[in-house]
Design a protein around this ligand. Structure first.
Ligand code: FA5
Length: 332
């Protein structure tokens, strides 16, 4: 092949390349060690000696020309490929976005927050205590007689291998002994927390549930204060037409003791629903902590928290509050 034919062929091949990889291949084909230009140089030896300088110069010029064409084509191709890449990466800001799912407060958390608000408004100082509690605070400090059935391991989750016997707190009332060790009356304390009982689970009983406890000690505190406080609580929680009913009940740490129910309409008819227990603080408890029970009296109450949203929203089964099924939770 002569120089003119080679140039003509190279120009066409370079112009026909579609991408940089093509072009790299063409570059090797013409300028590489085994390429056409090199092959042409090798023919120099067999040319007539007087022709060699001219021919040599022509081949060098052709090689430079091919190099220039390749460089120019490379610039074009890279620009084009860059533009194509950019186009592929372009974001269409006018497309609608993927909707974000908004979280919301769990009905139990909302209840806890509301109870905290109401109790604080009623002058109670709120404290938190451990879920794993000493047997001493959960039972002994609360005036349980030794043979009380609540001691039965059927009722409590005992924590193994602790130096002092520990249970998973069965009632938030356990905070009374802890507070009496460090505080002198008058005071009004409340706590909200999880409780655990070894219990068969059904629509109204869980092995884990929440309680709120109130505990007030001072001079001249009577049943009327307890009733007034609980009425104020349910007025704010359930509405001011809610009636609170007290019926005698037994708890070792109160005397007298009461079961508290509220009237709540079910299918249009008012029905009594149990919320928890209450009473006047047993004198034995005050005396055990060196408080003169002739001078000081107090009241205490403990309410189940799951019961509150169940009543308010008509939730038939407390397990729904624990299962975290979005079809249920999204209704609130
Ligand atoms: C008590 O736990 C007493 N500590 C309440 C108390 C405090 C009385 C202060 C007097 C003075 P009781 O076991 O009845 O009482 O529980 C109180 C409330 O907690 C119940 O009415 C119920 O609403 C709730 N509760 C009790 N056990 C469960 C359970 N397994 N699952 C869900 N809620 C429960």
């Amino acid at each position: 092949m002569d120089v003119a034919a080679l140039l003509e062929q190279a120009r066409a091949a370079i112009a026909a390349t579609a991408n940089s990889a093509d072009l790299d291949r063409i570059e090797t084909e013409y300028l590489g060690r085994k390429g056409s230009v090199t092959a042409l140089r090798r023919t120099l030896g067999s040319a007539a000696p007087e022709d060699r300088p001219r021919l040599g110069q022509a081949i060098n010029d052709a090689a430079k020309q091919v190099e220039q064409w390749i460089a120019a084509r490379k610039a074009d191709l890279t620009a084009g490929e860059g533009a194509a890449r950019l186009a592929a990466q372009t974001l269409d800001v006018t497309l609608p976005g993927a909707p974000l799912r908004l979280g919301r407060t769990h009905p139990l958390s909302a209840t806890i927050q509301r109870v905290q608000q109401i109790m604080t408004g009623l002058g109670f100082e709120i404290h938190e205590f451990p879920d794993i509690e000493y047997f001493k605070y959960n039972f002994e400090a609360l005036n349980y007689p030794e043979e009380h059935p609540a001691f039965d391991e059927q009722m409590s989750f005992f924590v193994k291998d602790t130096v002092d016997r520990c249970v998973m707190r069965t009632q938030t009332t356990a905070f009374q002994g802890r507070l009496l060790e460090t505080h002198k009356p008058p005071f009004r304390f409340a706590t909200i927390g999880r409780c655990y009982r070894y219990e068969a689970v059904d629509a109204t009983h869980g092995h884990t549930f929440h309680q709120v406890d109130g505990f007030a000690v001072g001079e001249g505190i009577s049943m009327a204060d307890l009733r007034g406080t609980l009425q104020a609580f349910v007025d704010q929680m359930f509405g001011s037409d809610t009636i609170v009913r007290f019926r005698p009940d037994f708890f070792p740490f109160v005397e007298p003791g009461a079961e508290i129910s509220i009237s709540w309409p079910i299918d249009g008819k008012p029905r009594w629903l149990e919320l928890g227990g209450a009473g006047l603080v047993h004198p034995n408890i005050l005396e055990a902590y060196g408080i003169d029970s002739e001078r000081y009296t107090g009241f205490a109450f403990g309410l189940g928290l799951e019961r509150m949203p169940m009543i308010q929203y008509g939730i038939p089964d407390l397990r729904l509050l624990w299962e975290n099924d979005l079809r249920f939770l999204e209704q609130f």
